[in-house]
Design a protein around this ligand. Structure first.
Ligand code: GLU
Length: 384
């Protein structure tokens, strides 16, 4: 038997905490509006798998689609306020369908609506995490969507693929399953290229972005490119991901049993919780440009912290504890991390030896400007 993908997939049965992302086109149905068969099949699988100690968190789309139908909006009525009105109208309907399907299988669910800001801010991020933990401990299935009716451009997740990745990293999921109306990632767009082949596994060093063109649809904003970014982000942070067709019979049960369905993203070694937040959820507010010596020290396998001596320039204003990008001399991102000092303090100590910090600032909060424990290298950020 082949090793690698199969053996890694076989380990999926050990995954306890599982995030399932469900796309709009799976839960909706052109004729009746809602695909209750799909919801029931997923509810049945989750109720069975829960007996084997798996726990589930659902990230669902569909509120805008359902709301547009309820409000009888036509194709041309597509402004941001109308989308938000549709989301506000469709969300209760979406939840009603989920809770009915789950209740029928003896499961209780809860609704959480999130915006990007809710997880970029560390305190709110910890709150979200605690709420989800509390629900899971009480065997409740959290059903999460973007809070579309209050999101505005700039704070929107853009699509639930990214939201699902943020949720998976926030709660340190053991597995994220992206269910859609696609079998997985193909070597080309299968709708237009008859030679397109399903990719059964993606390793961290492989780049399939050129293969992910197209494959979205009018009701879903994500498409394959967004899914691929989300999946590689998670795999780079150590969370395995599978993309599969949601209407494949018993898809979740079969995936967890290690069956070779869809596309499996092989994870890198896992990041600790705080690094996971830096890599996926937090938003950088400033830049530190470093010299080549500092850049090489950060990239060394034993990984150094960033000291004042290597910093040549400060861009933007930030406070101690804020997330900053660390750029090499030529401006490419080397890493991202939490600064121990505010921007005006870094301005005063840049280029100096650690021993001079006390004289320059009147106090020494830390010897490093960014400690290694609070830093993630650019290769784990995946273009975010
Ligand atoms: N949050 C949107 C909705 O529930 C969907 C976004 C997406 O399809 O990714 O309608």
């Amino acid at each position: 038997m082949a090793n690698g993908p199969i053996s890694q997939r076989e380990q999926l049965s050990g995954c306890r905490r599982i995030v399932i992302k469900v796309g709009t086109r799976l839960i909706t149905d052109g004729a009746t509006g809602l695909n209750t068969g799909f919801l029931d099949s997923l509810a049945r699988q989750m109720s069975q798998l829960r007996e084997q100690n798996h726990e589930f968190i659902i990230v669902t789309s569909g509120s805008i689609f359902l709301g547009r139908r309820i409000l009888a909006l036509d194709r041309h009525e597509d402004t941001l306020p109308l989308r938000q009105a549709a989301a506000a109208t469709g969300q209760p309907a979406l939840m009603r369908h989920w809770s009915e399907a789950l209740r029928h299988r003896g499961l209780i669910c809860a609704q959480i609506l999130l915006t990007q800001d809710d997880v970029s801010d560390r305190r709110r991020y910890l709150n979200v995490r605690n709420t989800i933990e509390a629900l899971l401990r009480r065997r409740v299935i959290p059903i999460i969507n973007e809070n579309d009716s209050v999101s505005t451009e700039g704070i929107t997740f853009d699509e639930n693929d990214k939201l699902a990745a943020l949720v998976a990293s926030t709660i340190q999921a053991d597995l994220a399953i992206y269910l859609s109306d696609q079998q997985g990632l193909f070597t080309a767009n299968p709708l237009v290229d008859p030679d397109a082949k399903l990719v059964s596994q993606v390793r961290p060093e492989e780049d399939y972005s050129a293969c992910a063109e197209g494959a979205g649809g009018p009701e879903s904003k994500g498409g394959m490119s967004a899914k691929l970014v989300a999946a590689t982000t998670l795999a780079d942070c150590g969370i395995p991901v599978v993309m599969a067709h949601g209407r494949t019979e018993h898809v979740v049960t079969r995936l967890i049993a290690g069956e070779n369905l869809g596309t499996f993203f092989v994870p890198r070694p896992p990041l600790q919780a705080r690094k996971l937040w830096i890599a996926t959820a937090a938003t950088p507010v400033g830049h530190l440009v470093v010299d080549d010596g500092a850049r090489r020290a950060l990239l060394r396998p034993d990984g150094a912290s960033l000291l004042p001596i290597g910093i040549t320039e400060i861009r933007g204003r930030f406070l101690a504890g804020d997330l900053v990008r660390i750029l090499g001399p030529e401006g490419t991102e080397v890493a991202r991390g939490l600064s121990n000092y505010a921007s005006d303090e870094v301005e005063r100590i840049r280029g100096a030896h650690t021993s001079q910090i006390a004289d320059l600032l009147g106090h020494v909060a830390h010897h490093e400007v960014v400690h290694r424990d609070n830093m993630v290298l650019a290769e784990q950020l995946n273009g975010r």
